[in-house]
Design a protein around this ligand. Structure first.
Ligand code: CA2
Length: 153
């Protein structure tokens, strides 16, 4: 499978493993990246991973545009932009392949301001509450989505 998956991370996730371990765990974003790459190797030899993090909404949207031109799948943890960004929602709507929305915590068990995800309305699937391990699960699931039916929407 010669395909590229974008793993995009939104604001504050560069602080992962350094603050609020009771909610987000102790794994750092660099460690998450390493095990996404490992999982991609296990699953399919030619699966490239573009792993990125930004604190900027504009940058996140530009990476979605890049994925529209060059990517086969998007795994995205948009962090706070999940709930606020119509611009991100519009950009993701243009992506023709599978989108997995990912949250480290179970957003539905948290305060109500974390309940109304805009991104869920355009995502193929949602993973929440598995901790950092959710990224590994997401890479595996994305591989299967891409192998199985190819582009789903
Ligand atoms: O659970 C998730 O992955 C979230 O997307 C994380 C976001 C939050 O706004 C979402 O509702 C759920 C917050 C990211 C903040 O990142 C931190 C990382 C380390 C320490 C503190 C915050």
């Amino acid at each position: 499978m010669n395909k590229k998956i974008y793993v995009l991370n939104g604001p504050n996730l560069n602080r992962l493993g350094k603050r609020e371990p009771e909610i987000y765990g102790k794994t750092t974003l660099a460690e998450v990246e390493a095990f996404c790459r490992d999982e991609a190797k296990n699953e399919a030899k030619d699966l490239a991973i573009e792993f990125r993090q930004t604190n900027s909404e504009t940058q996140l949207i530009e990476w979605v545009h890049e994925a529209i031109d060059e990517g086969s799948g998007i795994i995205i943890n948009p962090a706070a932009y999940t709930f606020t960004s119509l611009a991100l929602f519009d950009a993701l709507k243009m992506f023709p392949g599978p989108i997995i929305e990912l949250h480290i915590s179970n957003i539905h068990r948290r305060e109500s301001l974390y309940h109304n995800s805009l991104v869920s309305k355009v995502a193929t699937a949602v993973i929440a509450g598995l901790g950092a391990n959710g990224y590994r699960v997401a890479v595996r699931a994305m591989t299967e989505l891409l192998e199985g039916s190819g582009k789903t929407n």
